[in-house]
Design a protein around this ligand. Structure first.
Ligand code: AR6
Length: 169
């Protein structure tokens, strides 16, 4: 079992599943969602349409099409609304339900972006702690999922995850 934090672009990851920080429509957007749809090609949007969206904290799976990853697991994280609207619990659910779906599909390697800490404004340090704690706990009991990588797009996010590992791990 391995948990790694790297700086990079998740669309380049050759893993069984990458996770998409989506929105509840599952019809694409900006940020990492836009980058994943761009790299996967138009077939991704075509298979997302009949899924009829996804609730915050839940997850749905599609093929990766032109991506090096076999699958994309789409999860809408919570929009930060001051912390009093179950944001922490919903972010935990996004990580956990994505991992459960990876396990169900017998994925060995999974890569995550930092869900909700971009446009959705979830506080970075708190979001990183939730991500690290949820992933490490899940790895202890998983059968198929063995390697999880946090792919941080920018230096600030990378530093926050390194700090979270020291605090949680
Ligand atoms: N690889 C890895 N991480 C990335 C990449 C990439 N290629 N591109 C951006 N990030 P965000 P959210 C990082 O805003 O906060 C979309 O419009 C980014 O630097 O993409 O969950 C959706 O459709 C940040 O650290 O996702 C939703 O409407 C992290 O990914 C909304 O944004 C998440 O930032 C979701 O907002």
């Amino acid at each position: 079992m391995a948990f790694d934090v790297i700086r990079g672009d998740i669309t380049k990851m050759r893993v069984d599943a990458i996770v998409n920080a989506a929105n509840t429509t599952l019809l694409g957007g900006g940020g990492v969602d836009g980058a994943i749809h761009q790299a996967a090609g138009p077939q991704l949007l075509a298979v997302c349409r009949p899924l009829h969206g996804c609730q915050t904290g839940e997850a749905k799976i599609t093929p990766g099409f032109k991506l090096p990853a076999k699958f994309v697991i789409h999860t809408p994280g919570p929009i930060w609304r001051g912390g009093t609207h179950h944001e922490a619990e919903l972010l935990h659910n996004s990580y956990l339900n994505s991992l459960k779906l990876a396990e169900k599909n017998q994925c060995q390697s999974v890569a995550f972006p930092s869900i909700s800490t971009g446009v959705y404004r979830f506080p970075l340090n708190e979001g990183a702690k939730i991500a690290v704690a949820t992933i490490l706990k899940f790895l202890k009991t998983a059968t198929f999922v063995k390697d999880v990588t946090m792919v941080c797009f920018d230096e600030g996010t990378y530093e926050a995850y390194l700090m979270a590992i020291k605090a949680v791990g």
